[in-house]
Each structure stands twice: as structure tokens, then as C-alpha cells.
Write a protein that binds this ligand. Structure first.
Ligand code: PLP
Length: 452
């Protein structure tokens, strides 16, 4: 496929440097083979995450200069509030400093009696907050969503039969849908599925909220695959209307570096949340953000639904990298999602068993070969020991998350060239072992070594 022409040009640049091969190897050793330990300045291309790593427009930067930093009911808050209302169609707006802060305010206010928070696939910060509130996550994405080789158009959909089953058991505290399904490869959820979940939760009287970090990307896929006549603006609004409310990490589809919000229909519920907000975030008109941040988010939200080429270009960039890597024979999760590429390390490195972390081995080699940072999503992140026996993750993946408006064709072609070199010497890549690990979330801080 051809590279999509960008709907912008560049007038500010951030220099980046590629260390020589020897320095890259020694930095990797100094980082104990954990990419989270590398210094960002030693990385040439950083695909660790698309969260808060994007570039803003001149209008967003200009709006920041006009931020009203008054403590209560600043002009910037009123502008933010009306931008979020316009975006979601929901009346009650609560700013937070990022997505997980919204979870901290929202969950205790809406959780019912039951034990489970049912979702297509809760994101890891959400899982943390669910557990912290004494509940348990129950992920019921459709079977297609767990199979890396199928091309099903809405692999983020929820399994409706399982939803009914869970609700019949009368043990559900809340139902959510993540759009797109981040933990499941950025795969979209159809409007039809959201509509059905909405109807079923109403029937049982259970609250239903949407995690809309990537709702613009989800709406783009809905437009392409389900509702070609509708604008992305209208699809976003229609989606939000189907739930009791939404929460958003603005670090994704609002195209800013920090921020988030909750929006909902119920005024009483919102006022309960505002009480918690004052305790944990700040006064209800700023919620942990500066006036200038509120301005940047407002402008970002307005722009991304006014010009559909913004999200179209982003998703085509992801498709471009996916198609070029496929062409040279890199095994990938199909189809490409909204924000990232997932390499199937298990099939690329069949000589490395899951207990020797093929994903981590590949991610480290990507850095050593080309100064590229990615992240393992496999047995290092999700594997565990049970009765002294190793239990692997479902899949051994390496994720390249694409920051918004940051990299261009030359960068992507460079990734393809580096992967080509790695394919040629893949049989020499060795497995890894953990040297030291903490008790929880080990992938962030563990140290590793290469198995000789
Ligand atoms: C990033 C993200 C969050 C958490 O947001 P932060 O801004 O990182 O706190 C929650 N849900 C999803 C789907 C996300 O992608």
C-alpha cells in the first residue's frame, strides 16, 4: 500500500539521535535487558506507547497561551465543558488529570452490589481500580477477539450470550466497553454490539459506562465497516448516547499530552462524583488540570471531529506499517487495529519457548539492531507460576504503538528495514531468563539476562 499523504506540514522539529551499535548493546546491558529502564534520549524511535506522546496543532498551542488559570469556574473550564458536551452529547462534565484518575472518581460512585465488572476487556489501570474497590474483572470479548489470525471486522465486540449469563447470575456491579479494545490489539466494537449491550444492561438495571480513550478511532472503523453514511462526529455522539456515561484518557484521541474527563447523563450521580473529585483531584472546574490543559483538550476534541482526515491519516499510517511488515514476512496480528502493530513473536521465533520470553528477546533485539523501543505483551507481562509450574500468556506479542502525528514515512520504512535484518538472523536470537522480579507488575521493573 502507498503511504497516506499527511493532512499537515511540520514547523517545529525535535532532534533525535541513533547511538552507534556498540553503545546500543551496552545501554541494553546497563538496562538489564528491560526496555523500561532505557533513557529516552538513547532511543531513536520510541513506540512504547501512544499515550500522551502525540504532537499538538498550532491551534492547540495557541489556545494554551490563552488559558484562564482562575481557581473556580475559569473561562477555560466553560470552554472545555462545552467542547466535551459537543463531543459526547452528554450534559454533566467532570475534568480529571488523566484516564486512571477518572476511574478513581467514577468506579466507587457507580459500582453496584455485585462482585464483577464485566467488560469486553478491561484495560490494566481499570483492572487495578476494580481490584482496589474489592471487585473482580470479567472479560468476555468474542472468541474472534482472541485469535490473532482471523480478519473479523469487529474483534473488540462483547459476547452477548456470556453477558446475559453473567447478568442472570445477579452478581454484576457494572458493565463497561472499551473502545477500541486496547488490551486486545486496538480492535473496534460495532455500534450494533454497543446498542445490544445497552439494551441488555437496561433490562437488568445495571449501570453501563464506556471507556472512550480511542472512540474517534473506533468511530472511524464503524464508518468504514458499518455506517458509511454517517460522519465521525455523529458516530461518536451516537455511541456515547447509548451508555449512562463515559470516561476518557485525553492522552489518546483528544491529541494532548495530559488530561481526561468523565461525562454522564445523571446530575445526581455527577454531583456524587464531584464530592470525590474535590478530595482527590481538585475543584470541579479544573480536576487536576491547569487552565491551559483544558484549552488544549477542548481544541483537540473540536479538531478531531471537525476534520476526519486527522484520524484517517493516523489509521492509514498503522495500516501502512502493517502492510510493509507483512510483505517482508513478519508474522502480525490481523487485521491492523487503530493505534498499534502487534508482532507474533511465538511464530517468528519458534526456537524460543514461551518460558524463555520470545517477545522480550525480540523487543531487545529491535533496540540493539535499530534503536527502536517497543514493548513485550506476552509471558513476561502476563505469564505466572502456579504450584511451581510456568503458565504462559495466551500470546507472545511485541507491540509497536504509534504516537499521533510524530513519525513519518521515512521512520516507518526504517522500522521495516531493521525488521528485515532481524528476520535474516532470527535463528541466532536467544531466549531470556528473569534475574530479579518484584511481586506485582514485574515487566516494569524486573531484570533479565540472555540465555547463553
Ligand atoms: C490509557 C488508557 C487508560 C488510562 O488512562 P491514563 O491516562 O493512562 O491514566 C484507560 N483505558 C484505556 C483504554 C486506555 O487506553
Amino acid at each position: 500500500m502507498e503511504y497516506p499523504p499527511p493532512p499537515y506540514r511540520i514547523k517545529m522539529v525535535e532532534p533525535i539521535r541513533l547511538l552507534d551499535a556498540q553503545s546500543r548493546l551496552s545501554r541494553m546491558k546497563e538496562a538489564h535487558w528491560n526496555l523500561f529502564n532505557l533513557n529516552a534520549q538513547d532511543i531513536y524511535l520510541d513506540f512504547l506507547t501512544d499515550s500522551g506522546t502525540g504532537a499538538m496543532t498550532q491551534e492547540q498551542w495557541a489556545a494554551m497561551m490563552t488559558g484562564d488559570e482562575s481557581y473556580a469556574n475559569a473561562r477555560s473550564f466553560r470552554r472545555f465543558e462545552s467542547a466535551v458536551r459537543e463531543f459526547t452529547g452528554l450534559p454533566e462534565v467532570i475534568p480529571t488529570h488523566q484516564g486512571r484518575a477518572a476511574e478513581n472518581i467514577l468506579l466507587p460512585s457507580v459500582l453496584g452490589e455485585g462482585k464483577y465488572v464485566v467488560s469486553n476487556q478491561s484495560f490494566d489501570t481499570t483492572v487495578g481500580h476494580i481490584l482496589f474497590n474489592g471487585k473482580e474483572p470479567m472479560d468476555i470479548v468474542i472468541d474472534e477477539g482472541l485469535d490473532p489470525s482471523t480478519d473479523y471486522p469487529f474483534k473488540g465486540n462483547m459476547n452477548l450470550e456470556k453477558l446475559r449469563g453473567a447478568l442472570e447470575g445477579e452478581n454484576v456491579a457494572l458493565v463497561t466497553l472499551v473502545l477500541t479494545n486496547n488490551a486486545g490489539g486496538g480492535q473496534p466494537v460495532s455500534i450494533e454490539n454497543i446498542q445490544r449491550v445497552s439494551e441488555i444492561t437496561k433490562e437488568y438495571g445495571i449501570p453501563f459506562f464506556l471507556d472512550i480513550a480511542r472512540i474517534v478511532e473506533n468511530s472511524y472503523f464503524v464508518q468504514q465497516r458499518e455506517l458509511p453514511e454517517m460522519s465521525i462526529r455523529d458516530i461518536v455522539r451516537r455511541t456515547c448516547q447509548l451508555a449512562d456515561g463515559v470516561w476518557m484518557s485525553a492522552k489518546k484521541d483528544a491529541y494532548v499530552n495530559i488530561g481526561g474527563f468523565i461525562a454522564l447523563k445523571d446530575k445526581e450521580g455527577a454531583d456524587r462524583m464531584r464530592e470525590r473529585l474535590v478530595l482527590f483531584e481538585g475543584f470541579p472546574s479544573y480536576g487536576g488540570l491547569a487552565g491551559r490543559d483544558l484549552e488544549a483538550i477542548a481544541t483537540g476534541l473540536e479538531q478531531v471531529i471537525s476534520d476526519e482526515r486527522i484520524v484517517e491519516h493516523r489509521i492509514k499510517q498503522v495500516e501502512y506499517l502493517h502492510s510493509k511488515l507483512s510483505e517482508i514476512g513478519v508474522p502480525l496480528v490481523k487485521p491492523p487495529g487503530g493505534h498499534a502493530i502487534f508482532i507474533d513473536a511465538k511464530s517468528m521465533l519458534p526456537h524460543i519457548p514461551p518460558e524463555e520470553f520470545p517477545g522480550q528477546a525480540l523487543a531487545c533485539q529491535l533496540y540493539i539492531e535499530g534503536g527502536i523501543r517497543s514493548v513485550e505483551i506476552g509471558s513476561l507481562m502476563f505469564g505466572r507460576e502456579e504450584n511451581g509450574k510456568f503458565v504462559p500468556a495466551n500470546m507472545e506479542l511485541v507491540r509497536l504503538a504509534i504516537p499521533r502525528r510524530v513519525y513519518e514515512q521515512g521512520h516507518f520504512d526504517y522500522v521495516v528495514a531493521i525488521m528485515k535484518r532481524l528476520l535474516e538472523k532470527k535463528d541466532e536470537i536467544r531466549g531470556m531468563r528473569i534475574v530479579k522480579e518484584p511481586e506485582l507488575l514485574r515487566h516494569f521493573t524486573c531484570t533479565l539476562d540472555v540465555i547463553e
